[in-house]
Every structure is written in C-alpha cells, then in structure tokens.
Write a protein that binds this ligand. Structure first.
Ligand code: ATP
Ligand code: MG
Length: 417
C-alpha cells in the first residue's frame, strides 16, 4: 500500500505557512506501515490540484489531501477531487444540518458560503467533523486510467490530525490488509568523522543489506554530531521494539563510547546523568564560549543538584586574578589546566571544567582560529586537551562547547568502569 500527501494552499508555496501537516502525516503513515514516497505542495488552483492528485494516483494507491476544505472561494479541494472522480458535487443535507447547528449553537450568523462545506462529490463518504465546520472526505476514484482513493482533510493542524487518526489511517490499514509498524531510533554520536563512522559500522550495514530490514542511515547534524538512524518494519510495535533494541546493541558494540545519546537526548543530558550517578558537582570556567556551556547545562531540568556555576573569564586579567592562571599565553595547555583547577576551587566544585581558545575572526598570539584547549580537573588530576575546530566564530564556539561536554562525559564513563 502506497499513499502520497498533497498539501493544498498558496500560503504554503509563499512560505507564509510552513507545511508541518505533511511532516506529521508522513510520520503517521510510517508508523502505520504504509509506504509513502512523495509529498507535494500545490497552490489554490483547481487545474494544478487535479494534476497533482492524478500524478499521485498514477504512482500510488491513495492520496491524502490536506487544506482547501473551508468555506471561501479559494477553498477548492472538493471541486478538484470531484473533477478527478469525474462526478458532480451534491449538497449533503445532513452535513448542511450539522453546519447550521454549529452556527446556531455559537449564536453566529451563517453566511451561505459556509454551506459549500456540505458539498460532497457523488460517491464519496463523509468523515464527520468534530472540531471545525468542514467534514473530511473519503473519495474512491475509479476511472479508466486513474484509480485509487483520495482522502480530504482540513488544513487546520488540530482538525487534520484528529481526522487522520480517527478515520484515514484506519481506512488505509483496512484497505491494505496490513497492520505493519515502522519505527526509527537514532543513535547520536560525537567524535568521529563521517567516513570513519561509516567504516566502523560497515559490517552491520553489509549484514543487513540482504534483508533490507532494519535499515541504517547516517544523518549529519552539524554542531550536534552525527546521527545513526535505525529503521525497523515489523508486524506490531512490540516486535519492532525488540528488533530496534537488538540493532541498537549491535551498533553500540561497534561504536562504543562514541554514542552519547538516543533520539532527543542531548550531550548535556548525558553529562548530567553521569554527574548525578557519580554524585559529583561541576564548576565551569569559560572563555571563548562566553557562557554557552553553562547555558546548555542549565537547560537540563534539575541541574541545580550538580551544577555549582560558571565563571565567564573572558578577560586575561580575570583569568589571572580570579582563577590563578599563570602569566603567559591564555590559549595554552597551562592556561586551560589552571582555569579548570581555578573553577573547581572558586566555585567549590568536585569537577573543574574549562575552555579557552581562538574563536576568530582574527588569530591570537600566533595561534590559528579554531585552536581550543579543554581543561579538566577531577580526583586530584588535571589535564588539558587540544582540539582544532573548523568553521567561523559561532561554529567554533558551539563546537568548543559540545567538545568540552564530551570530554567530561568520556572521563566520567571511564571513571565509572
Ligand atoms: P477549514 O476547513 O478549517 O477552513 P481548510 O481546509 O480550508 O480549513 P486551509 O484554509 O487550507 O484549510 O488552511 C487553514 C489554516 O490551516 C491555514 O491558514 C494554516 O494556518 C493551516 N494550514 C493549512 N495547511 C497547512 C499545512 N500543510 N501545514 C500546516 N498548517 C497548515
Ligand atoms: Mg480555508
């Protein structure tokens, strides 16, 4: 069973409204195990809507049209579907009665154009409206060249979602006779280049090639690292969940500590969990990141349990006077180490974490943009690590922040073993 999505509305083409409906419908189709290969946006123009629906039905078994079901002149999805079906619209008196009743209950005057929403293509089934005034439609198309089923749902997201859940997905599943489920899980990684990551997991990708299920995909997400997405198709959510668990375990065995989280878990969430588990408090000294690391840490609910604070030691004098950084270059191993020790001391924290570097656009003390030192003081040991980060000022700052968090994450994981 294949089903496409056609989102109707000139506002979508003009960028005035972002087409979140298609994204949501796409997700629902995937979860329901229905293949969906195309999503199209089209303006409020009958000929073009008709062409889109015909093209979709030529490739697929079903189409979900969202939008253009309202009462105004530019709401012409009904007319377009009737044209594709080769039938006339006729007023459905029971739908008209519901619309009249809605206006009466709200004590509002109903203009006649509202009754356009009661016009139904001959042979179509109405999906009763529970929220808005426009009903949805299930429209069988049975022409010589074009056949399949067209579903029409309103454009207003809440109305659309309610109808797709209640009527469209169940109808599609009934028609397809399948109740397959497709689910994805994303492993988030930090620290490997894309080519290296691909090499590391190549054995799994090769092993899965024959069956095509699960599938594995890479997604680069820039300053948040690389993602490895596992997608599994199976008869029901429980079975799919087991397969996802198995594949996740197989990939983790290859990737090890490179994986810092799953799905929405950010680097700071991973660090927070490790700090909590170890019962350690954290103090920060930030230079080029200017508080970015502290902002990320405090974004985690309950950060007050382990986070003592951050010193934005931007000026050279602050590094020296407050943190005890020795004279000399401030982008250096010695400065990063001293900042980490100073942060732990001044803030009364178990862990001192520090970052100093060159964000650009100018080089500093003869050091190129992207030169960043990460300092860590924990358990009486002090270390400083050099990283060379790519990009311009904002990217260097963001990469420095996540690199620092990752350094702590790995140290805490090693410490826990
Ligand atoms: P109604 O029946 O309630 O009048 P409709 O079917 O006429 O709805 P539209 O007029 O196309 O729907 O859209 C109504 C509103 O819904 C738009 O102004 C927009 O805010 C939102 N909307 C429409 N299409 C989308 C979409 N694809 N993604 C997100 N929002 C949308
Ligand atoms: Mg409308």
């Amino acid at each position: 069973m294949r089903c496409e999505v056609v989102a109707v509305g000139t506002e979508l083409l003009l960028g005035q409204v972002v087409d979140t409906n298609s994204a949501w419908i796409g997700e629902q189709l995937a979860v329901a195990g229905i293949d969906s290969h195309f999503q199209v946006k089209v303006g409020d123009n009958q000929a073009r809507i008709v062409a889109c629906i015909r093209a979709a039905l030529a490739r697929s078994d079903a189409v979900i049209c969202c939008g253009g079901l309202g009462p105004t002149q530019d709401d012409i999805t009904r007319e377009a579907i009737a044209e594709v079906m080769g039938v006339e619209l006729r007023r459905d008196e029971s739908v008209a009665g519901v619309i009249r009743g809605m206006f009466a209950r709200r004590e509002r005057v109903m203009t006649d154009n509202n009754l356009r929403q009661a016009d139904v293509p001959e042979g179509a089934t109405v999906i009763p409206q529970t929220r808005g005034t426009a009903p949805g439609l299930i429209c069988p198309v049975d022409g010589a060249e074009t056949y399949g089923v067209v579903y029409a749902v309103p454009g207003v997201p809440a109305e659309m979602r309610e109808m797709v859940r209640r009527a469209v997905i169940p109808d599609l599943q009934r028609q397809s006779g399948t109740t397959a489920t497709i689910l994805s899980r994303t492993l988030r990684t930090w620290g490997l280049a894309e080519s290296t990551l691909a090499e590391v997991i190549a054995p799994r990708v090769d092993a899965l090639e024959a069956s095509g299920n699960p599938t594995i995909a890479f997604l680069a997400s820039g300053i948040e690292g690389l993602k490895v997405r596992i997608t599994v198709k199976g008869p029901d959510p429980a079975t799919v969940g087991v397969l996802l668990d198995q594949e996740e375990a197989a990939l983790r065995a290859l990737l090890g500590d490179v994986v810092f989280g799953v799905d929405d878990e950010s680097m700071e969430v991973a660090v927070a969990a490790l700090l909590r588990r170890a019962g350690l408090t954290l103090g920060l000294a930030e230079s080029l990141t200017g508080g970015l690391v502290g902002a990320r840490i405090t974004a985690v609910p309950g950060a007050s349990e382990f986070f003592r604070g951050a010193i934005v030691s931007y000026d050279r004098a602050v590094k020296h006077d407050l943190l005890g950084v020795p004279p000399g270059p401030v982008v250096s191993e010695a400065a990063a180490a001293a900042m980490a020790v100073g942060a732990a001391r001044v803030l009364g924290a178990d862990v001192g974490l520090a970052v100093t570097g060159v964000a650009g656009p100018e080089e500093q003390d003869g050091q190129p943009v992207g030169t960043v030192w990460l300092g860590l003081a924990l358990d009486g040991e002090v270390s400083a690590t050099l990283v060379r980060l790519p990009g311009h000022r904002q990217q260097v700052r963001q990469l420095a922040a996540i690199s620092l968090l990752d350094l702590l994450r790995r140290r805490l994981m090693a410490r826990a073993r």
